[in-house]
Design a binder for this molecule. Structure first.
Ligand code: ZN
Length: 288
C-alpha cells in the first residue's frame, strides 16, 4: 500500500518560496498570482534529517508551504514520488518525480485541517507519515489524474550529446541563487538530480578516486556510484561541474568523514590527501 508523507517548508524562515527560481524574495509576492507549469518533472528533490525517509522510497510526499508570520496561510505546493534517497553528512536527500499544482492550494479553511495541523505538531515534526490521518484523503484528492512518468534516464545518448547536455545543465545550475544553496534548514528543493544522473553516466559509473575498482552491481545492471560535493552544500557548495565528484560509497564516506586535505582545486583538477594517501583526480569539467 502506498504511504503518504508530508514535508514542510516554512517560507518565513527560509526566505523564499519553493520552486520559484526567479523570485527568491517572499516579501512582495501575492501567492494567489502564482501559476505553475503542471508538467511532471523528474528532478525534484528535498532535504530532511529524518532517517524515516529511507523507508519512503516508492511512496508519495506532499510539500506544504507556510507563510505569513504567526497566523500563517498553509498551501499545498507540490508532491514528489520518492525514488532514491542518498545519505549525506548530516541529512538525507530524497530524489524523485515531482509535480507542482497549477496554483498553490490554500488549506486553512478545509475541513479537518486544524486537526491535521495539530497532528503534524504545527508542522514542526518535519518529514512525517500522514497516511492514517483523514486529511490525507483530501490531499490525495488534489493529485487526481496525475500519472507519474517512468524514468527515462537510461535512454541511449552519444558521448557528445551527453557532454552538451551536461554543459547546458551546468549553466542552469550556476544560476541557482545563493538563498537556495544554503541548505542548513530542514528543506530546500534542490534540483540537481538531472546533473547528478548525467554526471554518473559521463563518468561511466566508475568511482573517480584513483585506482579504485569498486564494483556494486545494481538491479539495473549498472555500477552503483554516488555524487559527492567537494565543497559541501551546507557550506554553499553548488551542484556544478568542478564541484561534483563521482565516487563509490566507500570513497564518498571517506571524503565526508576522513582526514581530507585539499591541496589544489581548480575547475578541472582536484588534488590533496585523504587519510594520509595522496590523490589527484581529473574532475569532469565544462569545456567553456
Ligand atoms: Zn572508490
Amino acid at each position: 500500500m502506498i504511504q503518504y508523507y508530508i514535508q514542510y517548508h516554512n517560507a518565513d524562515d527560509m526566505g523564499y518560496l519553493p520552486d520559484m527560481d526567479n523570485i527568491p524574495d517572499t516579501g512582495n509576492i501575492d501567492i494567489s498570482d502564482i501559476r505553475f507549469d503542471t508538467a511532471i518533472k523528474d528532478d525534484f528533490s528535498f532535504f530532511t534529517r529524518k532517517q524515516s525517509v529511507e523507508k519512503a522510497i516508492g511512496n508519495y510526499s506532499f510539500l506544504i508551504t507556510g507563510i505569513g508570520g504567526k497566523r500563517k496561510a498553509y498551501y499545498l505546493w507540490s508532491f514528489i514520488i520518492i525514488d532514491e534517497v542518498e545519505k549525506e553528512r548530516d541529512h538525507f536527500v530524497a530524489y524523485g518525480t515531482g509535480f507542482n499544482f497549477a496554483r498553490p492550494i490554500l488549506l486553512n479553511d478545509l475541513p479537518d485541517f486544524d486537526h491535521f495541523r495539530n497532528f503534524c505538531g504545527n508542522f514542526g515534526i518535519g518529514f512525517q507519515n500522514i497516511s492514517n490521518h483523514p486529511f490525507c484523503n483530501t490531499l490525495v484528492g488534489f493529485t487526481n489524474g496525475v500519472k507519474p512518468r517512468i524514468d527515462t534516464s537510461q535512454q541511449k545518448e552519444t558521448e557528445q550529446t551527453l557532454l552538451t547536455t551536461l554543459e547546458k545543465l551546468n549553466r542552469k545550475m550556476q544560476q541557482i541563487t545563493p538563498e537556495k544553496r544554503v541548505a542548513t534548514i530542514e528543506l530546500t528543493l534542490r534540483k540537481d538530480r538531472e546533473i547528478v544522473t548525467l554526471l554518473k553516466k559521463a563518468a561511466n559509473y566508475k568511482c573517480q578516486f584513483p585506482a579504485c575498482h569498486s564494483e556494486i552491481k545494481t538491479k539495473a545492471g549498472m555500477n552503483y556510484v554516488e555524487v559527492a560535493h567537494v565543497l559541501p552544500v551546507n557550506k554553499g557548495g553548488q551542484s556544478v561541474l568542478g564541484n561534483l565528484l563521482v565516487l563509490c560509497p566507500n570513497h564518498h564516506k571517506e571524503f565526508d568523514y576522513g582526514d581530507l586535505k585539499i591541496i589544489e582545486q581548480t575547475i578541472g583538477k582536484l588534488s590533496g590527501s585523504l587519510n594520509g594517501k595522496d590523490f589527484k583526480i581529473e574532475v569532469i569539467k565544462p569545456k567553456h
